[in-house]
Design a protein around this ligand. Structure first.
Ligand SMILES: [Zn+2]
Length: 614
């Protein structure tokens, strides 16, 4: 999304001329230069006023005024009709010398390229729509081998004397061919591929001083000032004599005044403008009467670097302590909605890069990884919950009925973190029951009869630590909850036979620790009350597992061929029948016993696999 927003495009700047006036235009497709049948300028382009013919001035001015009232996004919208007005002027084509009409069109934005584009209707859908609307010529200059090119006599003008190309099907008049291919109708460049022609034409233009290779971006200025109270003050003092003077460093930060009427004034200025004793100061340079800047900064100015401040929130002398920032940042994982991608996250990356270039921080990307959370859908209509639709499940009501731990656990259990999930009232009942079972176990384990050390019991504990840890790291909270549910089931089953008391204590301790990030209140209660720990569980270390103990138990599988013992294999105790079947068929001894006979069936019965042949 950011790449698209930034809009980097490689191409060339091609210089047309209007009289003595050079008019550079940016194009990503220099190879289509011979197909340029008009030029379009942004209404804001500085040349517009100078080149417009007197008899067209009113029309052009009216058109430009209308365009200025629209947002860039509206102007560039793909589904909008492409409109424009003719300036009456023509420009000279840099290679053919042809006169090309110059139009003003609001779909051309002043910030992109030079605010001027060449219209190549045959090879650009937007230009074609414009040409159709205003009856401008369409000249095809790129043909793809398998692609039909316009035939003479159709609507498409094909210059005579060019070498023939394949003309099997006529192009429909509302389709532009935007791909690359081989040049036609392009004078000395005919027969070159698009890539070769781009290189050759760019070089030829450069040699004549009429063009150069160029990279364009869709970047625009970021206007950070706002006319409202809440925002970081802009540390500038306006002096009638000295102009805009920065507030001296020792007077920073500029704090907002506290006695303010927040309501906007009639003059459209910030509420700060009315706080006379804050606004009126003396100029730091000449000491004369001056005024503070009363606009404040956009919220993005703060959200672009607040995370640096988090590393040393009590730092009083500087915005942040560089040593603390070096130790803690960049941010490992950023969790946020996709809607931030081309707003907050783009600004934050930009700001971070500027600070890096200025030598203030030693990293140039603020966030190592981004995770977008999924959306909870309403049980009523399967739609996004919204107040206006009245389909919202209110957390407070769920908390009142089931408790906050059940709500949290259920939200994590609902589905993959980044997926949409449907809220289901029955689902939370199941989670509720799970937490009750955890709670009961924590109350009862101390009273269970002591027994011998149980190896399987210990292995299950190591396995659940390993699973939950791996799931947490991968943001698979739903499967982490599922692993804990399985573990609790295993613990309930283990109550039937005595297990060493120390093992039970470790099991409940582990359960509480793994549950702590998911159901923090119940986990804390288990930790302090049932386990008698003195400090909070939320400061305790995450449990560790022993790789050998966490490994699946191994078991011996007997393999028969037509009922006769042929091999013994070692497999994971939890292996599924498909795995065992594959292992049996892969055994050398089994293959020798089977020989050329076709295998008719493979029967898996617990630890015995029987291969049946014809
Ligand atoms: Zn001054």
């Amino acid at each position: 999304m950011q790449r698209q927003w930034i809009g980097r495009s490689e191409g060339a700047e091609v210089v047309f001329t209007i009289g003595d006036e050079p008019l550079p235009v940016f194009t990503t497709r220099p190879d289509t230069l011979y197909g340029a049948t008009f030029l379009a300028l942004a209404p804001e382009h500085p040349l517009v006023a100078r080149i417009t013919m007197p008899d067209r001035a009113d029309e052009v001015a009216t058109y430009a005024a209308t365009a200025r009232r629209m947002s860039d996004i509206d102007r560039a919208a793909a589904d909008r009709a492409k409109t424009g007005v003719f300036t009456g002027a023509t420009a000279t084509h840099p290679l053919t010398g042809a006169a090309v009409p110059v139009w003003v069109a609001d779909y051309v934005l002043p910030g992109y390229g030079s605010g001027a584009v060449m219209g190549v209707p045959a090879h650009d859908g937007r230009d074609l729509a414009f040409a159709r609307r205003y009856g401008l010529p369409v000249v095809a200059v790129v043909a793809q081998d398998s692609y039909p090119v316009p035939d003479a006599g159709g609507e498409w003008r094909v210059a005579s004397g060019e070498r023939p190309t394949n003309h099997q099907q006529p192009l429909t008049s509302d389709t532009a061919y935007e791909g690359e291919g081989v040049l036609i109708n392009s004078g000395p460049y005919n027969g070159l591929t698009s890539a070769a022609a781009t290189e050759q034409m760019t070089a030829d233009l450069a040699a004549r001083g009429l063009g150069r290779a160029h990279v364009a971006y869709r970047f625009r200025d970021w206007l950070i000032s706002r006319q409202r109270y809440w925002g970081a003050p802009i540390p500038i003092i306006h002096c009638p004599a000295c102009g805009a003077v920065p507030v001296p460093e020792e007077q920073l930060p500029v704090l907002l005044p506290e006695e303010v009427a927040f309501a906007p004034g009639e003059d459209g200025r910030s509420p700060l403008a009315r706080v006379a004793d804050w606004v009126n100061v003396s100029c730091p340079q000449c000491g004369g009467p001056a005024q503070r800047e009363t606009d404040t900064m956009d919220g993005f100015a703060c959200s672009s670097w607040y995370f640096l401040r988090f590393a040393s929130p009590h730092e009083a002398e500087r915005p942040f302590d560089p040593a603390a920032v070096r130790a803690w940042l960049p941010v490992d994982t950023y969790v946020g909605g996709a809607e931030h991608a081309v707003m907050h996250l783009l600004y934050a990356r930009f700001w971070t890069k500027v600070m890096h270039d200025a030598g203030l921080i030693d990293f140039d990307e603020p966030f190592a990884q981004l995770r977008n959370q999924g959306m909870l859908l309403s049980p009523q209509d399967g739609q996004k919950m919204s107040k206006s639709r009245g389909n919202v499940v209110t957390p407070d009501e769920v908390v009142a009925a089931h408790g906050v731990d059940a709500l949290r656990t259920y939200v994590l259990f609902l589905g993959p973190f980044d997926a949409r999930a449907l809220w289901d009232d029955r689902g939370i009942v199941g989670v509720d029951r799970f937490l009750e079972r955890v709670w009961r176990l924590a109350q009862e384990f101390a009273g269970l009869p002591d027994g011998p050390y149980n190896d399987a019991f210990e292995r299950a504990r190591h396995r659940v630590i390993k699973r939950v840890t791996a799931d947490m790291e991968r943001f698979r909270f739903n499967t982490a909850v599922a692993a804990l549910m399985e573990y609790v089931n295993a613990l309930y089953a283990a109550r039937e036979q005595p297990v060493a008391a120390g093992q039970w204590r470790e099991a409940i301790r582990t359960l509480a620790l793994l549950l702590a990030p998911i159901a923090p209140f119940i986990a804390e209660e288990m930790w302090r009350e049932a386990l008698g720990e003195a400090e909070s569980i939320h400061g305790a270390a995450w449990p560790v597992w022993d790789e050998a103990l966490a490994a699946e138990e191994q078991t011996t599988i007997v393999v028969q061929v037509n009922g006769k013992l042929r091999d013994r294999l070692t497999a994971d105790a939890g292996s599924d029948p498909t795995t065992l079947r594959q292992m049996a068929l892969a055994s050398e001894r089994v293959r020798a016993a089977v020989g050329e006979r076709p295998v008719r069936d493979v029967i898996v019965a617990r630890r015995v696999v029987n291969v049946v042949t014809a």
